[in-house]
Design a binder for this molecule. Structure first.
Ligand code: HEM
Length: 309
């Protein structure tokens, strides 16, 4: 799907990295710009971060909306789970959400005026699509920098699956509601109950996985359908499962593959990468990954071709 924009953005990222040999790079920022620009090129046909911005004012407005969406989207609102405790929420939060929604509506109205085919849901889709892929890329590279010999690792696809198993970007999926009365694992669930599926605990359960805390991509070797038995569910499952799975696996695969093939990577110091997790609706790293890279000698001519194109 619209692979041209993805490839173009990845090339831009590679040439930016090639220009900064051995400099410390904030990987979270890099992945953020890459995924959001790829998505926006698919949606609106233009980039909103970095260089070559067609409308600076519009880009600034968009960046502000995204920053607010990420900030407020990461918060849990007690009222959503326990309506009677709604008073705990400070008024300011609701006010902030209203303001944000007004900003998004205004921005989307601009889109609609520009092109009547655009649809309102797209900023929500954008957040679901980018935050998850950014987290997966950052965790995958962090896990790889903990390993001494990247070359010995099994295929890229297994590395991505293992990353998604250990650090599912949406650890509790999204809330679902029981449409009828039912029984789950012996528990009676009345109709209209909010249900959260703990994907993280399913994928890190020592009764199902051997040494679940160990990064071991080989465990996926020969496992044709790891979703069998519902033990591997980073995109959830069923009718409301993630519709972006194919796009996400292609984006993460192409990005991670290009980064590993074109550059040699190392940590910025002797210290191990901090793998602590941030508590929130999405499973981000508590501290963003900083790393250094240098173009592989064999990739020199390919990278200079990319830079001159
Ligand atoms: C590594 C990347 C991603 C992961 C791990 C991921 C994971 C998930 C999960 C667990 C859900 C909840 C499903 C449920 O509750 O049953 C979900 C929903 C969704 N995802 Fe993703 N996602 C990723 C990337 C994307 C991308 C790239 C897009 C769009 C292009 C996308 C669009 C959506 C949408 C629209 C939903 C809501 C589906 C519905 O409610 O019916 N996601 N995703």
């Amino acid at each position: 799907m619209l692979s041209g924009s993805r490839v173009e953005e990845i090339k831009t990222m590679l040439s930016e990295l090639a220009d900064k040999p051995n400099q410390t790079v904030d990987m979270r920022n890099l992945f953020f710009e890459l995924t959001i620009n790829s998505m926006m090129r698919m949606i609106a046909g233009k980039r909103y971060y970095g260089e070559s911005l067609s409308d600076l004012e519009e880009a600034k407005r968009f960046q502000k909306i995204i920053a607010e969406t990420v900030r407020l989207g990461g918060k849990m609102f007690i009222r959503d789970f326990l309506p009677c405790m709604g008073w705990i929420e400070l008024g300011a939060k609701e006010e902030e959400l209203r303001e944000l929604q007004k900003g998004r509506d205004g921005f989307m109205q601009g889109f609609i005026d520009e092109n009547r085919r655009r649809r309102r849901k797209r900023i929500i889709l954008l957040i679901g699509a980018t935050e998850t892929s950014i987290n997966t890329l950052e965790w995958a590279l962090s896990l790889l920098l903990q390993e001494s010999d990247i070359a010995q690792l099994s295929c890229l696809c297994n590395i991505i699956k293992e990353t998604l198993r250990m650090h599912p970007p949406l650890p509790l999926a999204v809330p679902h509601e029981s449409s009828t009365e039912c029984t789950v694992g012996g528990f009676h669930i009345p109709r209209g109950t909010m249900l959260l599926v703990n994907l993280w605990s399913i994928q890190n359960d020592p009764n199902t996985w051997v040494e679940p805390a160990k990064f071991n991509p080989e465990r996926f070797e020969g496992l044709e359908e790891p979703r069998d038995g519902f033990k591997f569910l980073p995109f959830s499952s069923g009718r409301r499962g993630c519709p972006g799975e194919g796009l996400a696996m292609r984006t993460v695969g192409l990005t991670l593959g290009s980064l590993l093939q074109c550059f040699e990577w190392e940590r910025i110091s002797e210290e191990m990468v901090d793998m602590s997790e941030e508590v929130g609706a999405t499973l981000s790293k508590a501290h963003s990954l900083h790393a250094k890279c240098q173009a592989r000698p064999a990739m020199g001519s390919l990278l200079s071709q990319i830079r001159t194109n």
